[in-house]
Design a protein around this ligand. Structure first.
Ligand SMILES: Cc1ncc(COP(=O)(O)O)c(C=O)c1O
Length: 410
């Protein structure tokens, strides 16, 4: 297990990296906002389930099935503590952030959004926090407005406040931009939106892994995040919802396990959170998520953020020294571990291809944030993204790869 750290002490990345078998390949992995790497502890927790007590949950009487159920529900307890939810009933397993938001858009949205209602989003959003709301608005005859960004890539709070004056029914925004790393003032925005009478969903896909969250302190109604960006497996995510809201919402998916009784005349539904967990669940993935929560919490969210700010500052300076570089987003202290940039005369995809020759994994594209790319007036950017296991030598390798690309395209 990696050493846990307290505030102000540098992370021991060498010890941490020994937990991640993939680093033995020599890759400089700078794509953690896309998906993080997984430590041995997560892989072994899933393996233990498959090797030692593989069985379905909530339904068999034999003892190792009970073990599976205990691990499955035990992971929920870990997540509850990680996000500081009031009750286990507020922690719903989904397949990822995308499904969490879709669940709210369908179940809460169709009950609560009507013709002419306003939904407020922002230009920082990932497509998964845009498209479900656009589709909901189309179904219900509602309208969607977007908060713009300023020249630093931060949300225009003046515009946000002006939109709140129109009494939106729903405000949905990201805690951290996946495309630029911008940290939004989520607590203040939530408080303002709640004061205006809106229901608030925060997209925590990039927030939970890098900043952590205390949903009670944040004050939002819904908070969505996934396992695979925080050292957990793919295919598992969380929807946190305030209990009163989840109680009042109809089921999203239906079938086995989400029911209490089924008769030919009709069905009554299970208690929370199982009302929203239909069918056989991704049990190994849930167990892996529990191990990931332990791992990330063991490193410490404050230490993770400090490490990322340090890396981002380092990358900001090193890249800024190169000619023809445009860096998107706020100064390092106000962002998470994401550097989105453009190199004059080199398409981001070409840059990523050359970086690959240096064994540097770099993302190029629109980062599922096309409205933001349009606003920045670019088709794509190159993006390097960091996590607690990232080292400065990997950023040096990125800078060398950019230099190489500039020599090739000179
Ligand atoms: C900000 C943000 N929201 C939502 C998503 C979608 O997450 P998931 O893969 O868990 O569905 C992502 C993934 O990149 C993201 O960065």
């Amino acid at each position: 297990m990696a050493t846990s750290t307290s505030r102000g002490r540098a992370l021991d990345t060498a010890a941490i990296r020994a937990d991640f078998p993939i680093f033995e390949t020599g890759v400089a992995y700078l794509d953690s906002s896309n998906t993080s790497q997984r430590p041995r502890q997560v892989i072994e927790a899933m393996e233990e389930y498959y090797f030692k007590f593989n069985s379905n949950i909530h339904r068999a009487a034999y003892s190792f099935a009970e073990q599976a159920t205990e691990h499955y529900e035990g992971a929920r307890e870990k997540v509850k503590r990680f996000i500081n939810a009031r009750s286990l009933k507020e922690v719903v397993y989904t397949s990822g952030t995308t499904e969490s938001i879709n669940l709210v858009a369908r179940s809460w949205g169709e009950q609560n959004i009507g013709a002419g209602d306003l939904i407020v989003l922002t230009l920082l959003e990932h497509h998964s926090n845009i498209v479900p709301w656009q589709l909901l608005a189309a179904r219900q005859g509602a309208r969607v407005e977007y908060v713009d960004i300023d020249e630093n890539g931060e949300l225009r709070q003046d515009q946000f406040r002006a939109l709140l004056e129109q009494n939106p029914k729903l405000v949905a925004f990201t805690q951290v931009s996946n495309a630029m790393g911008t940290i939004t003032p989520a607590k203040a925005m939530t408080a303002a939106a709640k004061a205006a009478g809106a229901t608030v969903l925060v997209d925590g896909a990039q927030g939970a892994p890098h900043l952590g969250v205390d949903v009670r302190d944040l004050g939002c109604d819904f908070y969505a995040f996934g396992g695979h960006k925080m050292c957990g497996p793919t295919g598992i995510g969380i929807l946190y919802g305030r209990r009163e809201l989840l109680e009042a919402m109809p089921p999203f998916k239906s079938g086995g396990d989400m029911i209490r009784t089924v008769a030919v005349e009709g069905t009554t539904f299970n208690d929370l959170p199982w009302k929203f967990e239909a069918g056989t669940q991704p049990i190994a993935e849930v167990i892996g998520l529990g191990a990931a929560v332990d791992y990330v919490a063991g490193i410490g969210l404050e230490a993770i953020h400090e490490h990322e700010v340090d890396l981002t500052g380092y990358a900001y300076e090193a890249l800024s020294e190169l000619p023809g570089i445009r860096i998107f987003g706020p100064p390092p202290a106000r962002r998470s571990g994401v550097m989105s940039f453009d190199v004059e005369g080199i398409h981001p995809h070409d840059l990523a291809t050359i970086a690959d020759r240096h064994q540097v994994a770099l993302r190029a594209g629109h980062h599922c944030a096309m409205p933001l790319m349009t606003r920045l007036d670019v088709a794509a950017t190159a993006r390097a993204s960091f996590y607690f296991y990232t080292e400065k030598q990997e950023i040096d390798r990125l800078v060398e790869a950019v230099r190489d690309a500039q020599r090739i395209f000179a």
